[in-house]
Design a protein around this ligand. Structure first.
Ligand SMILES: *Cc1c(COP(=O)(O)O)cnc(C)c1O
Length: 393
């Protein structure tokens, strides 16, 4: 007899997902809004500026085409894969085989989350940066793998110390995640660091996964490299990229992974079994974005750079010295003495009705910092900064 009193119960792996750190905070923000305060959130990493008009126009036409209304090709449209290869060649001087070294993704988060399904058996280790994008460790957990935390510290320019990974851990590791320009620290990495990563990965037969989501959001003339520029990288690694931050296209869900063909094939096999690809009209629009005039990107970056400068100037005036980021959509700033990162954020919320993300939300090693996103309209950002300047810290 089935036990009809038994409650429906999710899998243990779901129950062991880390608790959502900001559930309590969301409640506090909602309360503040309900009490009539106009809360400005500087917490969201999602460009407020529109996608390029020429991309939108292409999509509008493509959406009307009945031939794009059917299931897309599992591995992406060949012409989209070719456009990705062309973009990598133009942008980084890297030649990719569009049939085997390029795989479109439904946004890079999808591929990042599925990567451990393709490479991690129960008990295998995945090396993840902390603070970091939470999907690296969540994907690992969903594949019943174990995350090993690599702390990112200011003294090392927020680059992980690979020599600090114990030999026994490195031997059990299957994947190594890196992400430069970095979220949340806004740090960038020199090619020498990527060379070090390649040597480490070779020594321990680890697949390197570089998340290059912010390579095109750069300032002061800085050009972010591709991990694949380093000799030997393609033998040990893949790179995730996305149209989300590059072209203000977060809602469209379009990105890619390129590099090691064995890794591309394995992830592709997972994907053919769980999804059916990106809406063809979105793929057509993505081609327009990649092949189109990249001056759009430069002009967009100037706007974010102006906001960055306003944030840095305000922080200086209140006595907070944050490094000036060369890239990404964030300012990662140290918290004044006497506060935990959550206490500090709540203080700013209470006194200024502005929300900044506490560093601990990105991992234990994010404690001591807060993150400001540059993705808020100029006027709103100015208003938020004015209010923050009036807070007595
Ligand atoms: C925004 C972001 C992405 C991109 O996600 P998409 O799924 O492509 O929209 C990937 N990695 C990091 C670190 C990000 O911040």
């Amino acid at each position: 007899m089935p036990d009809e009193s038994a409650a429906i119960r999710p899998a243990r792996r779901i129950e062991s997902l880390p608790p959502y750190l900001f559930a309590d905070v969301d409640r506090r923000i909602a309360e503040k809004r309900a009490a009539g305060f106009d809360v400005i959130s500087l917490g969201i990493g999602d460009p407020d500026l529109p996608s390029p008009a020429h991309v939108v126009a292409t999509a509008q036409e493509a959406v009307a085409e009945p031939r794009y209304h059917r299931y897309p090709d599992y591995y992406g449209r060949p012409e989209f894969r070719q456009a990705i290869a062309r973009w990598y060649e133009r942008r980084f001087g890297i030649e990719l085989d569009p049939n085997g070294e390029v795989l479109p993704l439904i946004g890079s988060k999808e591929g990042i989350a599925h990567m451990p399904t393709a490479f991690v058996d129960p008990g295998d280790v995945v090396l993840v940066p902390d603070p970091g994008y939470p999907v690296y460790s969540i994907g690992t957990l969903l594949a019943n793998g174990e995350s090993y935390v690599m702390p990112l510290q200011a003294e090392r320019g927020f680059l992980p110390d690979l020599n600090a990974v114990p030999e026994g851990v490195a031997l059990r590791a299957r994947l190594l995640w890196i992400n430069y320009p970095n979220n949340p620290t806004a740090a960038v990495a020199p090619l020498e660091f990527f060379e070090e990563v390649v040597a480490f990965a070779r020594r321990y037969s680890i697949l390197v996964c570089h998340d290059n989501a912010y390579s095109e959001v750069t300032y002061d003339g800085y050009r972010a490299p591709s991990f694949l520029e380093v000799p030997g990288a393609r033998e040990v690694g893949v790179e995730f990229h996305s149209l989300s931050k590059t072209y203000n296209m977060t809602g469209w869900r379009t990105g890619m992974v390129v590099g090691n063909p064995v890794a591309i094939e394995a992830l592709g096999r997972v994907k053919t079994n769980v999804d059916s690809g990106i809406f063809d009209a979105v793929q057509i629009a993505s081609i327009t974005a990649l092949d189109g005039d990249q001056a759009w990107v430069e002009e967009r970056n100037v706007r974010f750079q102006t906001r960055r400068d306003a944030v840095i100037a305000t922080l200086r005036r209140v006595g907070i010295e944050a490094p000036v980021p060369k890239a990404s959509l964030y300012v990662w700033a140290p918290i004044p003495a006497g506060y935990s990162s959550v206490d500090f954020s709540l203080r700013i919320l209470d006194d200024a009705a502005v929300w900044v993300t506490p560093g601990v939300g990105f991992g234990a090693n994010g404690e001591g910092y807060f993150r400001i996103s540059l993705t808020v309209a100029d006027q709103r950002l100015a208003e938020a900064l004015e209010r923050m300047e009036r807070v007595r810290l």
